[in-house]
Design a protein around this ligand. Structure first.
Ligand code: GDP
Length: 210
């Protein structure tokens, strides 16, 4: 599957103001600088797409992109404000937490959350805590290890293994994961077929609802 049309639609301050939940939705989150914008641009084949939303002042908003893919599906791609910004005040952090929790827990069409992690670093408490929280909330997610071109295959495999091992202390099964490089387009195909498969599941889910 390929994305044939991708367009920024709207930035919303809360889940209640998001576009109609009438199509499957895939959201992306991670620490600042993890490579989220680059990954979104890679998946959509558009160089500057995610930059629209990362303009100053828009960092605490839920950014929706209108997507049409070659499997004749329409879906929402969502760029969420990340965690770990050193410059955020305590009140901004609290507001972020509230907004993200409400979005993640209330958005009924959210099919999968992609949690991005830099493949060059050892497992970080901030990422592990966020993921364990997702478990408590029973949110479907997949891990995306970014910037694989910046290290050796061996080092990234070690970090991925360490990360999965750290999660296995609290999880029964490892989550789906992708190793990616926005520079080399590594992992794009795999992520897009994963989304395509989940889109089929959404159609089935809809049939059962009527
Ligand atoms: P964001 O803050 O998570 O949206 O991160 P960006 O996409 O803006 O990326 C942060 C920095 O990492 C930028 O300088 C990117 O060019 C760089 N970057 C992101 N992804 C990759 C990648 O896959 N490979 C390389 N070499 N650099 C990357």
């Amino acid at each position: 599957m390929e994305i044939i049309h991708a367009e920024y639609l709207i930035s919303s301050p809360s889940v209640d103001q998001c576009p109609k939940a009438d199509r499957p939705e895939y959201a992306f989150i991670g620490r600042s600088n993890v490579g989220k914008s680059s990954l979104i641009n890679m998946l959509t084949n558009k160089k500057e797409l995610a930059k629209v939303s990362s303009a100053p002042g828009k960092t605490q908003l839920i950014n929706h992109f209108d997507i049409s893919s070659s499997d004749k599906k329409k879906w929402w791609l969502v760029d969420l404000p990340g965690y770990g910004y050193a410059k955020r005040s305590i009140s901004q952090r609290k507001a972020w937490k509230k907004m993200i929790e409400e979005y993640i827990r209330k958005r009924e069409n959210l099919v999968n959350l992609f949690v991005l992690v830099d493949c060059r670093i050892k497992p970080q408490a901030m990422d592990l805590e966020f993921i364990n929280q997702l478990g408590e909330w029973q949110i479907a997610f997949a891990l995306v290890f970014t910037k694989s071109d910046k290290t050796t295959v061996k080092e990234s495999a070690n970090n991925v293994n360490d990360f999965i091992r750290a999660l296995m202390q609290t999880w029964e099964a490892p989550p789906p994961y992708f190793v990616t490089s926005a520079l080399k387009r590594t992992g794009a195909k795999q992520m897009l077929s994963y989304i395509s498969e989940l889109n089929k599941g959404w159609e089935e889910h809809k049939k059962l609802m009527v």
